[in-house]
Design a protein around this ligand. Structure first.
Ligand code: GTR
Length: 381
C-alpha cells in the first residue's frame, strides 16, 4: 500500500501536509466550562465525552465470570512453552455470554502478559500449529520473557455492520434502533480485553500486575480505548491506529470521519457521524484519548507508507497529551519536540513513538520495540 494506493482508493483524501486546515485543539486540562479543575474530575468529563460522542456507553462488568482451560498444548519451539485454550463464561444482567481465547505461557514461571486484540491472524483458529506469524510472533514474545493472551475481536462482537450486535452487545442492548450514544464494536472489543485480564488475575503463570494491551489498526483504536477505561493495563500500545485512534481528527489527513463512519459506523456510537465535515465541533480530539492513559506508559507507532492512518497526526496525538502526563508528574513527549526520524524509536518518560519504514502492518520489528519497552518499564519496578 502506497500513497498512490490510498489516494486512488479514496478520491479526495487529504494526503498532503499543506492541505491540513488550521485547527485549534481542545485543551487537555481545562474543563468545558472553562474552569481548571483537578485532573480526576477533568478526566471523568473527558471519559463522558468520548462515551457520548465517539465510542458509546460502557458495557457493564459481569455479575460473575468463570474460566475453564479446555485444552492444553505443549509448544515444541519454546522450552516449557504451553498454549492454554481458555473458555470464559460471564453472567450479565441481560443473559450469559461466552468466548474463548488463547494463553501462551511458560510452565512454572509467573510472567508479565501482553493482552492482544486480534483482528487479523486466522492461525489462531488452530492453536496446535506453531507456524507463528509476524503479526503474532508467539515465540519472539515468549523468548523475551512474557506471556501472551490473545483473543479474536469478532468473538466478542462480529466485525460486520449487519451482525456486530450478535455478540456481547446482544445481552446488553435492547433490540431496535441504536441510541445516539449506544456502544459500538470498539467498546465491545475493549470490554473483551478487560474480561481476559479479569481471568488472568489469579492465573498461576501470569503476573497480572504487569499487563500490556496491544492492537493493530482497528485493534489499535481499541487498545487506546481500553487503556482509557481499564487502569489495570500499565502499558498501552497502539500500532497504526489512525482515525479515531491516535491520530488527531482535526487534521483531516488521510481517513476522516466521513470515510470511517461511511465504512464502519458500527465501530462507534451513532453520534460520531454528526461530526463528519464538522470536525472542529467535536468536543474532544484524540490527544485527549491518549491523556486518559496517563501516567501509565503509552506507545504509539506509525508506518511511513500508512498515510491513511496519518503518521504525523498520530505523533501529534501523543505529543499533545503532554499536559496530562505533566500534571501527574511524569515526563512525556511534547508538541515542541521534533517528530522522531524514520525507524528511530523514541522514549521520553511514560511515552514512546516510532514511525517504521513500510506499510499498514504489525511486524516483528514493531514487536521488538514493544518487548524491549516492556522489559525496561517492568524491570524498573
Ligand atoms: C481500514 C480502516 C482503518 C483501520 C483498518 C484496519 O480500512 O479504514 O480505520 O481500522 O481498516 O483495521 O485494518
Amino acid at each position: 500500500a502506497t500513497i498512490q494506493h490510498y489516494a486512488a482508493r479514496r478520491p479526495g483524501t487529504l494526503v498532503r501536509e499543506e492541505l491540513v486546515p488550521d485547527y485549534e485543539l481542545p485543551p487537555v486540562l481545562t474543563s468545558q466550562d472553562g474552569s481548571q479543575t483537578a485532573w480526576p474530575s477533568r478526566r471523568a468529563e473527558l471519559m463522558r465525552l468520548f462515551r457520548e460522542h465517539v465510542y458509546g456507553q460502557a458495557i457493564p462488568k459481569p455479575a460473575s465470570l468463570k474460566t475453564d482451560s479446555i485444552r492444553q498444548t505443549k509448544l515444541q519451539s519454546v522450552p516449557g512453552g504451553v498454549c492454554h485454550e481458555q473458555r470464559v463464561m460471564v453472567e450479565m444482567p441481560g443473559g450469559q455470554f461466552s468466548f474463548n481465547y488463547l494463553l501462551y505461557a511458560v510452565e512454572s514461571e509467573q510472567r508479565p502478559v501482553f493482552v492482544m486484540i486480534n483482528n487479523r491472524d486466522p492461525a489462531l483458529a488452530a492453536p496446535d500449529g506453531e507456524n507463528f506469524s509476524s503479526f503474532i510472533p508467539v515465540k519472539q514474545i515468549l523468548d523475551a520473557g512474557f506471556a501472551l493472551a490473545v483473543f479474536q475481536h469478532s468473538d466478542i462482537a462480529p466485525d460486520n455492520g449487519e451482525h456486530f450486535r450478535e455478540g456481547v452487545l446482544s445481552v446488553v442492548l435492547p433490540s431496535g434502533p441504536r441510541q445516539p450514544n449506544s456502544p459500538g464494536a470498539i467498546t465491545a472489543w475493549s470490554w473483551g480485553a478487560s474480561r481476559v485480564l479479569d481471568t488472568l488475575a489469579n492465573h498461576p503463570l501470569i503476573d497480572a500486575s504487569r499487563a500490556a494491551i496491544i492492537g493493530h489498526s482497528r485493534g489499535g483504536k481499541t487498545a487506546l480505548w481500553t487503556g482509557a477505561q481499564d487502569p489495570r493495563f500499565s502499558l498501552v500500545i497502539s500500532n497504526n491506529s489512525g482515525s479515531q485512534g491516535a491520530a488527531l481528527t482535526r487534521r483531516q489527513f488521510g481517513e476522516r470521519i466521513d470515510n470511517i463512519t461511511g465504512s464502519f459506523d458500527y465501530w462507534f456510537c451513532p453520534n460520531l457521524q454528526k461530526y463528519a465535515g464538522h470536525e472542529s465541533e467535536l468536543p474532544i480530539d484524540q490527544h485527549q484519548l491518549i491523556a486518559l492513559s496517563a501516567p501509565r506508559h503509552v506507545y504509539v507507532a506509525s508506518a511511513d507508507e500508512d498515510l491513511w492512518a496519518d503518521p504525523r497526526g498520530e505523533w501529534l496525538g501523543l505529543a499533545n497529551a503532554h499536559p496530562a502526563f505533566k500534571v501527574l508528574g511524569v515526563e512525556s513527549v511534547a508538541p515542541d519536540m521534533p517528530m522522531p526520524g524514520l525507524d528511530e524509536p523514541q522514549t521520553v518518560g511514560a511515552t514512546s513513538y516510532h514511525a517504521r519504514t513500510g506499510g499498514h502492518n504489525l511486524t516483528e520489528w514493531d514487536w521488538g520495540q514493544y518487548l524491549s519497552t516492556a522489559s525496561q518499564l517492568w524491570n524498573e519496578d
